[in-house]
Design a protein. Structure first.
Length: 357
């Protein structure tokens, strides 16, 4: 069947595409580059005693960038404040936070050995969208009031056939580099488009989960969406070219570049955070030796904003003592104090500036 954007693409080919479309020297060169960059990131993270300090901030950056691809915008400041304080109710920020929680929750499931399933995919969608439905059983159209760009497969029985084929390739080992599989799986999921909304964000979470399932990533800190956001027009153009003319090579190379560039970017960010943490530790030791502990420094880097209860929960200080600690940290220029609703929160200024770069 010739592809027709006006009709449901029920003839979407099952995986895997013929190697004649993608098995080239250029693809393998980019594959090697991406694997090296990802291995260096994984290696650096594995050498850090507590990589958990990166998860909250870097996974939120992935959530923010992935959501902005779908024109759901928030600011870093709103996002970090909302992650710390429940008094903030901005709709877009809440949606981005749901993405971040869905990413970390699903990542932990896959990391513990859970295999991909329809249930996991539906849970990701429901957590992102705060919905109770699942695989759609109705037609959707991608385009605008004047032009239909693409009509995904329909309806539920067809979608389940395509998804079960996707699951077979995601869960089983094949003689294909996992990063090439990642590119193909991402295209296939985007093209299946199994939900009424939130498909792009669900698919981009699945990217990170797949890297974990292949032991290529130990923490959900690689934000591929940053690259996709920067080259969004190319992303959608290359997706269409695969659908319309089996142009797999350029699509796979695009995704390999995304992995390579974001792995390098994330590594630089991680190294910057480590350096800043060490500098902050030295400053507190020097200027505020009476309140110094490494546990206190870790709290200041677990999230951009801290509050009194964080020190209480870690048994670092009582409520009154925590107040004194934060006052000293503000006076020394490490933190800034802000009131949100009925509580005070404290921004790690240098950390915030580093993350938002």
């Amino acid at each position: 069947m010739t592809f027709n954007p006006q009709e449901p693409y029920n003839d979407l080919p099952l995986l895997f595409p013929d190697e004649k479309y993608w098995k080239t020297i250029e693809v393998y060169e980019h594959t090697n580059n991406a694997n090296r960059a990802l291995a260096e990131l994984k290696g650096r993270l594995s050498a850090i005693p507590n990589p958990q300090i990166f998860i909250n901030t870097l996974s939120l950056q992935e959530a923010k960038d992935s959501s902005s691809i779908e024109n759901i915008f928030t600011t870093n400041d709103k996002l970090f404040k909302a992650f710390t304080s429940s008094d903030l109710t901005d709709k877009n920020t809440k949606e981005v936070l749901r993405y971040g929680k869905a990413l970390v929750s699903a990542f932990n499931s896959i990391k513990s050995g859970t295999v991909f399933s329809i249930d996991i995919i539906e849970d990701i969608y429901r957590n992102i969208k705060d919905e109770t439905d699942g695989i759609r059983d109705s037609k959707v159209i991608i385009g605008n009031a004047f032009t239909t760009v693409y009509t995904p497969p329909c309806c539920k029985d067809v979608l389940l056939e395509k998804l079960n084929n996707w699951l077979e390739y995601a869960n089983n080992q094949h003689d294909i580099d996992p990063l090439i599989k990642l590119a193909v799986l991402h295209y296939q999921f985007e093209t299946i488009h199994p939900f009424k909304d939130g498909n792009g964000r669900t698919g981009r979470i699945l990217n990170v989960l797949f890297l974990s399932s292949q032991n290529l990533l130990d923490e959900p800190v690689l934000y591929l969406s940053k690259y996709i956001n920067e080259f969004k027009e190319e992303y959608y153009r290359l997706l269409r070219e695969v659908t319309e003319s089996n142009e797999w090579q350029n699509w796979i190379i695009y995704m390999l570049k995304a992995v390579e560039e974001t792995a390098k970017h994330t590594l630089n960010k991680v190294l910057g955070i480590i350096e800043l943490l060490e500098n902050t530790k030295d400053k507190i030791k020097s200027v505020l030796p009476d309140i110094y502990s490494y546990e206190l420094v870790e709290v200041l880097f677990t999230q951009v904003y801290s509050k009194y209860t964080f020190l209480e929960e870690r048994k670092i200080a009582s409520r009154n003592t925590a107040s004194k600690y934060f006052t000293k940290l503000v006076e020394s220029g490490i933190l800034e104090k802000e009131k949100v609703g009925n509580e005070f929160i404290f921004k790690n200024v240098a950390f915030y500036n580093l993350i938002k770069e």
